[in-house]
Design a protein around this ligand. Structure first.
Ligand code: GLC
Length: 563
């Protein structure tokens, strides 16, 4: 590796959603001691670094993405002492630890905000963004919140509105106030001193808003409009992150991955240009949006593997030699990848492996979301009451309560697309509640936990879990994977996702059939199928046969040539 900061270029990250990972104390919610208890499992996957979603003091209106105290652990997750033990144990196993830094907004229960809403004279008033309503008393602008409805909330005591791009309980911080920089720099220092190795910067490319708050176009019949052009990747973001880099991230070798919603690739290239000293890795969103109508995730369009390839190609070919993106098939903001892109019937196991094989040999840094390595599918929620997510409940209110849409149809779409569908507790074994908790789980478990669980898959050499282990281990240390250019084999095909990675004398091929029938992938003439070494296969294959490689239903393989 070129320098100390670049260790992550050859790393595999594992994403923990702590509330659903493992409950060590029987209260029905995962916790930090639960993470510590399962570190050997994570290490066994071939993981180098862990990123955990938030566990700070929070009313959990958005499951911890609403922080009320940045320097302490929410009691449901444990204590600061538990955090230190966890971090120490992670380091003892040679892994790094990344925390989620949620500083585009705080919780409305944060002491700063409580003071800010109490009076216009509060010293914290400028920590947030308040505006008078329009002359008719309506919101200062028609901006829509990411979770639906207005992005403004009226505050009775001061008779004005505050901005919340996300939930009502997530007021946006005012980064145009230099005090926010000082506060966040101190928070970074606090955790760096305790041993954290890096940060995932939540929604950070939204930090700088056009504070003239112009009205935006709305969709026909809608009151609020999508205003992202006025708060995504504006110049302030470069300034803020560079300042944090100078103060904390650079001197302390802290690595960052930035969540990038609706960011053009040209801007992303600037963000990860080492000379600019801004971010390290990019976690881009196009990967999440290509199978939906416009901005509406609840309006899916049928999945086409060519769209997935073109989305990845757009980023990877533009970033090649310039920067690295996170490679992921799912995360806590999505339904389960297997339900979305794979086959949940007869080819469940095969297709879960194919998804991993197709994604994790691309150029970038794998971020494996907990449970994807088991081949978990969407949770079968039975009623609206079983859901937890603020996005789900807002959607229900808007579509069923306000617009009178058919509740059954709405439930169906929520089962398919909601974030909760991918947030169920991890099944560790086939005992009640999958061994996740001895109490009552905070969210329904997936219905397959009797067979799809860590213990069962650990023992089965053909399981999804053991395939992930092989894949992630053999990914390490191969120059073609880290640096190789990507050559797609039939980018337009809607049947397979196949590509070569080439670097100096090594060529690697990842071939992946995304259908239930046989598909032939043609290798270029300069590669001799007979000389290929098959590194990985979900069908027990040891040779490629001929250059026209015939793949069975949902078959995948990875092969390598060295000259
Ligand atoms: C990010 C998080 C998401 C959260 C939102 C607001 O997109 O990944 O879970 O709801 O930010 O913090």
């Amino acid at each position: 590796m070129e320098n100390k900061r670049n260790w992550w270029q050859d790393a595999v990250f594992y994403q923990i959603y702590p509330r659903s990972f493992f409950d060590s104390d029987g209260d029905g919610e995962g916790d930090l001691a639960g993470i510590t208890a399962k570190l050997d499992y994570i290490k066994s996957l071939g993981v180098d670094a862990i990123w955990s979603c938030p566990y700070f003091v929070s009313p959990k209106a958005d499951n911890g993405y609403d922080v009320a105290d940045y320097r302490d652990i929410d009691p449901s997750f444990g204590t600061l002492e538990d955090w230190k033990v966890m971090c120490d144990e992670i380091h003892k196993r040679g892994m790094k630890f990344f925390m989620d830094l949620v500083v585009n907004h705080t919780s409305d229960e944060h002491a700063w905000f409580q003071s800010a809403i109490s009076s216009k004279d509060s010293p914290y008033r400028d920590y947030y963004i308040f505006r008078e309503g329009k002359e008719d008393g309506s919101e200062p602008s028609n901006w829509m919140s990411v979770f639906g409805g207005s992005a403004w909330q009226y505050n009775e005591p001061t008779k004005d509105y505050y901005l919340h791009l996300f939930a009502v309980k997530q007021p946006d911080l005012n980064w145009q106030n230099p005090k926010i920089m000082d506060e966040v720099s101190d928070i970074i220092e606090f955790w760096a001193d305790l041993g954290v190795d890096g940060f995932r910067l939540d929604a950070f490319n939204n930090a700088d808003k056009d504070q003239s708050f112009p009205d935006v176009e709305t969709f026909p019949g809608e009151k609020y409009g999508f205003a992202s052009q006025h708060y995504v990747s504006r110049p302030g973001v470069d300034e803020y992150i560079h300042e944090l880099y100078k103060r904390q991230l650079g001197p302390k070798d802290l690595v960052t991955v930035v969540e990038l919603a609706y960011c053009p690739v040209e801007k992303a290239i600037e963000y990860c240009d080492p000379k600019r000293e801004e971010f390290d890795m990019l976690y881009f969103f196009d990967m999440l949006n290509f199978d939906q109508e416009g901005y509406d995730k609840f309006k899916p369009v049928p999945f086409k593997v060519s769209d997935l390839k073109k989305t990845m190609d757009h980023w990877i070919s533009n970033l090649h030699g310039k920067g690295y993106c996170a490679l992921f098939i799912g995360n806590h903001d999505q339904c389960r990848a297997l339900s979305r892109f794979g086959n949940t019937g007869a080819y469940r196991v095969r297709s879960a492996k194919t998804l991993a094989n197709a994604m994790y040999f691309l150029e970038g840094v794998p971020y494996v979301y907990q449970g994807d390595e088991l081949g978990m599918t969407n949770t079968d929620f039975q009623s609206i009451e079983e859901y937890n997510d603020v996005e789900v409940h807002n959607y229900w209110r808007e579509h069923v309560v306000d617009k009178g849409e058919d509740p059954e149809k709405v439930l169906e779409i929520l089962r398919e697309r909601s974030r909760d569908a991918g947030r169920s507790p991890i099944p560790w074994n086939d005992s009640p509640n999958g061994g996740f908790t001895t109490g009552t789980p905070w969210l329904r478990l997936g219905s397959e936990y009797k067979t799809v669980n860590v213990e069962a898959e650990d023992k089965d050499p053909e399981s999804v879990l053991n395939f992930y282990r092989k894949l992630l281990h053999l990914r390490h240390g191969r120059p073609s994977i880290i640096k190789g250019e990507t050559c797609w084999l039939d980018l337009d095909s809607d049947e397979h996702m196949s590509y070569l990675r080439k670097f100096e004398g090594e060529t690697l091929a990842s071939l992946n059939n995304f259908t239930e029938h046989e598909v032939t992938v043609q290798l270029p003439e300069e590669l001799d199928a007979e000389n290929a070494e098959v590194l990985l296969s979900n069908c027990g294959r040891e040779t490629l046969g001929e250059n026209a490689v015939r793949l069975g239903p949902w078959e995948c393989l990875t092969a390598v040539w060295n000259s």
